[in-house]
Design a protein around this ligand. Sequence first.
Ligand SMILES: *Cc1c(COP(=O)(O)O)cnc(C)c1O
Length: 366
Amino acid sequence: MTTSTFNLLVTPSATILSDAQRAERMSKLTFGRTFTDHMVVIPYRDGTWQQGEVKAYGPLSLDPSASSLHYGQAIFEGFKAFAQPDGGVKTFRPEANGERFNRSAKRLAMPEIPVELFLKAADELICLDRAWVPQNIGESLYLRPLMIATDPYLGVRPSNEYLFVLFASPAGAYFPKGVKPVTVWISEDYVRAAPGGTGEAKCAGNYAASLVAQAQAQEKGCDQVVWLDAVHREYIEEMGGMNLFFVYQEGGKTVIVTPELTGTLLPGITRRSLLELAKDLGFEAQERKLTVQQWRDDIAAGRMTEVFACGTAAVITPVGEVKANGFEMRINNGENGPVTMALREALLSIQHGSAPDTHGWMHTVC
Ligand SMILES: *Cc1c(COP(=O)(O)O)cnc(C)c1O
């Protein structure tokens, strides 16, 4: 494929919302319910990506025998665009999402997409729909790329045809009433990912399989589920669809610890960014294994002072309480901790352009 074929055909929507209609929708933003005027679709067939299109956001037409509907060849990504103080728009580490999208594709026996095409699709969509980029701190335009298998064939084998789709959703502040710690339930009945499985891939099926565990956490009076490793059922892996961090105070030093990537954890881009950002704030950062027993002991001994989860959607969410069969513990008295909030502020400041982008994470869109 040559660079010129990365050009996307633009067919503006015939039903673009008026400024007043858009303003009305953007006045009450939540997460994931409002979509912009356009989307990008790029089909894959005959072993190559075909001419891509930017067109009106709307339903896709799929054959009922399309293999993704049956056998789950379906992957996605999530990243954000932020309004900048100078009136421009920038995305946060979109190449990292493009690269991870391709690692997910590989795991699901799907074709990779050139990262330049992935970036171009996002940039064109954001520019065309830039009036939908929210302006307030804490708000963003959430980008959702996905790929599904579209072969109309019931045989079990990798599809020959795929559809890449990218659409955008203006997202309000994740904590409109201020950041508030969540309560988590350690799941002993379910696992998210096993060695050799798809835990590292951002595939639709991982989420389908997590829903009953999340429902159980809610029955136990918790907001989110915490996953343990599938083999020993004692190492902490993740919280719902977010990575976890544990904050230690050791001999005057602040150390943030996150479970190491073993192949069953999703390698979060927020996680990776916080490991780097921690050093800027004078914290030490470590990736290592941590058991539930250590979690309990270190909280009890006062060595572990804060716990938080991180991911693109919520950025950083403090964890104020942990429950499991047989025990429950409060963390930092159930309040937001200073290290958690300092990291949150530092990351949001880079994303919104109020702090210098010293790591080169921001990608200029328009
Ligand atoms: C997407 C995701 C994350 C967070 O990744 P980010 O790149 O930081 O958004 C963590 N865990 C799971 C299971 C995920 O799907």
